[in-house]
Write a protein that binds this ligand. Structure first.
Ligand SMILES: [Zn+2]
Length: 394
C-alpha cells in the first residue's frame, strides 16, 4: 500500500478507502498516518468522524485504532498537523545530526528516539560540549541551505554500502514492516532510501519535512556521557524556541536576583554555595556548644524501670543522633530527638528500633535501626506532647 508521507510530506488530508480489521480497528489506502515505528511516534487525527487514537504495525499491516467503529467505505482522513510537523521536524533534524556526526567526527549512531517533547541520538563515542556545539553550527548551515529531503526506492548503492558495513548503521535503517534490525532485504522487498544532499543517506520508514529549511533551529540541550558512548538530547523547530524561551526566562530571573550579567552567574552561584557551607559549619559549631543544655532540657518519661529523655525542637540534621546519644548517657536509659521530620533514638534499656517503628506506625515515615540506635524521617513534624503520648502507650 502507498505511504503518502514517503513521497508527499506536505499532504495532511486524503480521500481514503477504509477496511475494518477488528472492533474499532481499520486499515486505510492510501496510508496517511505514520505508525509507531522506527523510534518515531504514531500520528493522530481523524478518519471521517472517528478519532485516530493509535497507529501500529500489526503483522505487516498499518492498523488504526479508532474511538468508534467505522463501516467499510471511502472517508476523508485528516492528520493532526501540529503533531506530525513536530515529529517530522525532530526526525529530519536527527538525520542531519547523525549524518554530520558520522562524516565530520566519526561518531556512529547506535540509537534514536523521537519523543513528543524532545529527541535523543545515542552515539558510540564520548562527546564533549565544544564538539557538540561545533555539530550544532554545522547542522544550522544545512538548515539554512534548505536542502531537499528526497526519497528513492531500492537504491543498489545503499544496499552495497550497508553490506560492507559502511555508511549509516543498521538502526538508522529503521525496520520497515517487520524487517529486523541489520537484516539484509530480499530483492523483492521495497526499501525506501532518504537522502539529504550529501549530508545523509539512510534506509528509513519515517515521516520527514520536505526541505531542511522547514526545520528551523536545532538545539542540543543535553549530553549524557555513558560507559558505552553518549546520549545527545536535542530539540528542533518550535519546541527548540519554546525551551530556549523557558531557559532564557530563568536566566533573566537569576540575573535580576543576583544583579549581575549572565556570564557572572556561575561565579556568583559558586560563591553563594561556598558561603552557605561555611555558615552551616558555623551553625553546627554554635549548636554543639548548646547540646549539653538541650540534653538537660529533655522531657523525662518513665517507662517501667527505664527513663526516656525526649527532645522536640530545632536542631541541625547532623546533630539529631548526637543529641539522642547525649540524652541516653544523661538518663542512663534512652533518648528520643525529633527536629522537623528527622528522628533519632538511642537506648541502653529499650529497643530503639522497636520504639521507632511504634512512632512511625502513628506518624508514618521511613528508617529503622537496631535495639541500641535507630533513625529516620517522619511523614510530618510532631509536637512534644503527642510524641510523649505515643512513647507512653506500651
Ligand atoms: Zn528518517
Amino acid at each position: 500500500m502507498k505511504r503518502l508521507y514517503w513521497t508527499q510530506p506536505d499532504v495532511f488530508e486524503a480521500d481514503v478507502e477504509v477496511v475494518a480489521v477488528g472492533p474499532s480497528k481499520v486499515t486505510i489506502d492510501p496510508i496517511l498516518f505514520h505508525p509507531d515505528e522506527g523510534g518515531q511516534p504514531a500520528d493522530r487525527g481523524a478518519i471521517g468522524e472517528a478519532v485516530v487514537k493509535d497507529v501500529q504495525v500489526v503483522d505487516g499491516k498499518i492498523v488504526h485504532t479508532l474511538d468508534r467503529p467505522l463501516a467499510d467505505g471511502r472517508y476523508i482522513a485528516r492528520l493532526d498537523q501540529e503533531r506530525r510537523l513536530h515529529t517530522a521536524t525532530q526526525h529530519t533534524a536527527q538525520h542531519i545530526l547523525s549524518g554530520i556526526a558520522a562524516a565530520q567526527f566519526g561518531w556512529q549512531t547506535v540509537g534514536v528516539h523521537i519523543g513528543l517533547e524532545s529527541g535523543t541520538v545515542d552515539f558510540d563515542k564520548k562527546i564533549e560540549w565544544d564538539l557538540a556545539e561545533d555539530l550544532e553550527r554545522r547542522v544550522l548551515d544545512v538548515v539554512m541551505l534548505d536542502v531537499a529531503v528526497e526519497t528513492t526506492f531500492n537504491d543498489p548503492d545503499m544496499q552495497t554500502r550497508s553490506r560492507r558495513g559502511e555508511g549509516v548503521p543498521p538502526l538508522l535503517t529503521a525496520p520497515c514492516e517487520g524487517r529486523s534490525k541489520g537484516k539484509m532485504p530480499s530483492p523483492r522487498e521495497v526499501i525506501r532510501i532518504v537522502r539529504i544532499g550529501d549530508i545523509d543517506k539512510s534506509a528509513c520508514c519515517g515521516a520527514h519535512v520536505k526541505t531542511t529549511g522547514r526545520i528551523g533551529l536545532v538545539w542540543i540541550f543535553d549530553l549524557d556521557n555513558r560507559k558505552e558512548g553518549t546520549r545527545l538530547s536535542f530539540l528542533a523547530g518550535q519546541k527548540a524556541l519554546e525551551r530556549s524561551q523557558f531557559e532564557t526566562a530563568i536566566l533573566r530571573e537569576l540575573r535580576k536576583m543576583a544583579c549581575c550579567a549572565t556570564a557572572d552567574l556561575p561565579a556568583i552561584y559558586q560563591k553563594a554555595l561556598d558561603r552557605s557551607k561555611e555558615l552551616a559549619k558555623e551553625a553546627d559549631r554554635v549548636w554543639s556548644l548548646r547540646l549539653a543544655d538541650l540534653a538537660k532540657s529533655a522531657e523525662a518519661v518513665t517507662i517501667g524501670s527505664s527513663t526516656v529523655g525526649v527532645y522536640v525542637g530545632e536542631l541541625p540534621r547532623g546533630l539529631v543522633s548526637v543529641l539522642a546519644g547525649m540524652i541516653t548517657e544523661a538518663t542512663s536509659g534512652a533518648g528520643v530527638v525529633v527536629s522537623d521530620t528527622n528522628i533519632a533514638i538511642s537506648s541502653k534499656t529499650l529497643d530503639a528500633g522497636g520504639l521507632l517503628k511504634r512512632i512511625q506506625a502513628v506518624i508514618g515515615g521511613k528508617g529503622g535501626g537496631s535495639p541500641k540506635s535507630a533513625n529516620g524521617r517522619l511523614n510530618r513534624p510532631v509536637a512534644l506532647n503527642e510524641l510523649v503520648d505515643i512513647i507512653r502507650e506500651q
